[in-house]
Each structure stands twice: as structure tokens, then as C-alpha cells.
Design a protein around this ligand. Structure first.
Ligand SMILES: [Mg+2]
Length: 233
């Protein structure tokens, strides 16, 4: 990992690409729109802090349904701040790598991350790691770019290099209390399928994702009601 200031970012991304493997590419599935979706693991896909006899019990509700629906429109990559062995182990235990209903395009680990230093008038200098999308865009410019990429994480700081492409998801914690009520991935599926129709994501404000997803779900329910009503008449 390299420590850089924001002004050196492009140079550091090039260095990260040339000096270390970006990740493990499992499959490249080229879609009409070639949308790319990057997912974080810990607290996004599962609760890595709670304990359970079987790791399956720690999975976020609706995870596989979410991946199946999204796979119809998006390429999916998983990016974690841990090492590749750990990423593979977790994904294997959760049944994500061998699912017959969807495929993962790539796994990325901490080697594809960079460390940045920001300076804020109130808090002074702060150093932290982030996930620069330029690592992927530079490697596959014909498929993935700013206009067709969306990235989810429970930590906003990971998007610092590409804030317009990031969507902050509520962390999934205390699985034993929250398993029956967590609906985050259901809403996120609605949002993803809604925006998949757009050719360009760069004008979207992902911070308003929940209201757009709810509006769209209401509209769909309205259409279904109208259809049923028409049949009954
Ligand atoms: Mg996380």
C-alpha cells in the first residue's frame, strides 16, 4: 500500500496497478450496458463480528436473492480490505463463489487499495485507506467507467476518490436481533434495477437512493393493482 496526497492520486493508482496484482478475475461477463457493481464484505454482506455455529447464520437477509436479481443487469465484483485468502474463505463459506444462479466477475483485496492523506481545517491531517475505482477503470477502460459503476460500502471513507460512485449502506450488525427486520438488500435491489435502465449514472445522487427505490416500488404496486382491478371488472 502507498501513502499519497490527493494530488498524487493518479500516479499512485498507476503504481498500484503495475506493482501488484489488482485482484482475482473469475469471469468477465459483458452485458449490453456493462454496468459494474462493487460490494464490500464485512457489515455489508454479512455480520463478521457476531458468533454462530454456522457462518450461513451470519448472512445478511436476502443476500442471494439480491445477487441473483442484480446479476441480470450488472457485473459483480467483491472488494474487501482484508487479504485474498480471507476473501476467498468468506465468500466460499457464504456460498457466493459456487452459486449456480449468478457469477462473480472478480475478487479484490487490500492490495488494490491505496492510503490517502486528507487535510481538513477542523481536524487537521488524517490518513486512511480507500478503494480507488481508477484501478479497475484503467485496467478495463472498454467496459467499466465512471458512468456505469456503482460501489457499496458501510464506510463512506472508502469512496473518497470517487464519491459520486459510492452508496453508503447501513451496516448489518447484531445478526441475532436484526435478522428478521433487515430489509436493506430488498430496497437496494429495487434501486439497482431502477437505475440499470440509465445509460449514465454520473448525474445520480446515490444518497437519495432509498426514496427513489420506495417511489418506484409504489409505482409498481399501483400498476399491479390497476391490472388486477381491470381483470375483475
Ligand atoms: Mg465493511
Amino acid at each position: 500500500m502507498v501513502i499519497i496526497c490527493f494530488s498524487d492520486a493518479n500516479c499512485a493508482i498507476s503504481n498500484a496497478m503495475s506493482s501488484c496484482p489488482v485482484g482475482m478475475f473469475l469471469e468477465i461477463k459483458i452485458l449490453k450496458t456493462a454496468c459494474l457493481r462493487l460490494l464490500d464484505i464485512d457489515y455489508t454482506l454479512f455480520d463478521h463480528r457476531s458468533t454462530a455455529e454456522n457462518p450461513i447464520e451470519l448472512i445478511r437477509p436476502y443476500l442471494h436473492e439480491f445477487l441473483i436479481d442484480a446479476y441480470s443487469e450488472y457485473d459483480i465484483m467483491i472488494w474487501s480490505e482484508t487479504g485474498m485468502k480471507c476473501v476467498e474463505l468468506k465468500m466460499g463459506q457464504l456460498g457466493i463463489l459456487d452459486n449456480v444462479n449468478y457469477k462473480i466477475t472478480a475478487l479484490l483485496d487490500h492490495l488494490a487499495m491505496i492510503t490517502v492523506q486528507s487535510e481538513n481545517q477542523s481536524y487537521g491531517k488524517k490518513t486512511f485507506d480507500c478503494k480507488p475505482l481508477g484501478v479497475i477503470w484503467n485496467q478495463f477502460p472498454e467496459y467499466y467507467k465512471e458512468t456505469n459503476t456503482i460501489m457499496f460500502d458501510d464506510l463512506r471513507r472508502y469512496f473518497v476518490m470517487n464519491p459520486k460512485n459510492g452508496l453508503v449502506i447501513k451496516p448489518y450488525k447484531r445478526t441475532h436481533s436484526n435478522r428478521s427486520t433487515d430489509q436493506e438488500l430488498v430496497k437496494l435491489t429495487q434501486y439497482l434495477l431502477t437505475i440499470a435502465e440509465l445509460e449514465d449514472f454520473s448525474n445520480l445522487d446515490h444518497s437519495a437512493w432509498k426514496s427513489l427505490a420506495e417511489e418506484n416500488a409504489k409505482r409498481r404496486r399501483g400498476r399491479q393493482f390497476k391490472a388486477v382491478h381491470t381483470v375483475e371488472v
